[in-house]
Design a binder for this molecule. Structure first.
Ligand SMILES: O=P(O)(O)OC[C@H]1O[C@H](OP(=O)(O)OP(=O)(O)O)[C@H](O)[C@@H]1O
Ligand SMILES: Nc1nc2[nH]cnc2c(=O)[nH]1
Ligand SMILES: [Mg+2]
Length: 175
């Protein structure tokens, strides 16, 4: 409608930016594994795609786990969350490894924000251990192990979504 302010994306509403480099992300995934090593062993790792693929690879490598499955969920279209859609569920073989409830399985994602995605996967595997690298307060109660908490009004920029670019000097009005 004319004169109506355009709807803000989740990223615009967030306000604060938290850019993460590959180096930092790798370090944070290793720190996560140190904690998970106290909780395991795990029969398999389940990555919530796509964001969970990178931490799942690092965590599985460090823990020596070679069975990796995916649960493919689409929700954010760039930066606006819509209805959650399960595009691929957990395989029967992985379900059997977790005794049908997820016992001894490790679910990995890059972050929890509102917790909607995590809640959906937890419902599929109530006894699995759920780990994320980053957590915002709304999603935090769903996660068993995480490394860094950021405020709800922060948007995390992952290295696979960003590129190096020119940044104007602060005195020219850059944030
Ligand atoms: O706690 P929530 O509010 O549900 O948000 C967290 C989810 O959002 C992002 O995934 P996204 O849906 O953007 O898909 P992607 O992993 O394919 O980028 C992130 O990787 C988490 O999976
Ligand atoms: N990249 C990214 N995706 C998200 N999905 C939900 N919250 C976030 C966030 O802070 N950063
Ligand atoms: Mg995701």
């Amino acid at each position: 409608m004319a004169g109506e302010a355009p709807e803000l994306s989740a990223q615009e509403r967030a306000g604060k930016a938290f850019p993460v480099s590959w180096d930092q992300f790798h370090r944070d995934c290793r720190a996560l594994t140190w904690r998970l090593n106290e909780v395991g062993p795990f029969h398999a790792v389940i990555a919530i795609t796509r964001g969970g693929l990178v931490p799942a690879a690092i965590v599985a490598r460090e823990l020596g786990v070679r069975i990796i499955d995916t649960v493919c969920i689409a929700s954010y279209d760039h930066n606006k969350q819509g209805e959650l859609q399960v595009l691929k569920g957990i395989s029967e073989a992985t379900m059997a490894l977790g005794g049908g409830t997820g016992k001894g399985l490790l679910i990995v994602d890059d972050l929890v924000d509102t917790g909607k995605t995590g809640r959906m996967v937890r419902e599929m595997l109530p006894d699995a251990h759920f780990a994320t690298v980053y957590a915002k307060p709304m999603g935090r109660p769903l996660v068993d192990t995480f490394i860094t908490e950021v405020s709800q009004d922060t948007w995390i920029f992952f290295p696979w979504d960003t590129a190096l670019s020119y940044h104007p000097p602060l005195r020219d009005g850059a944030a």
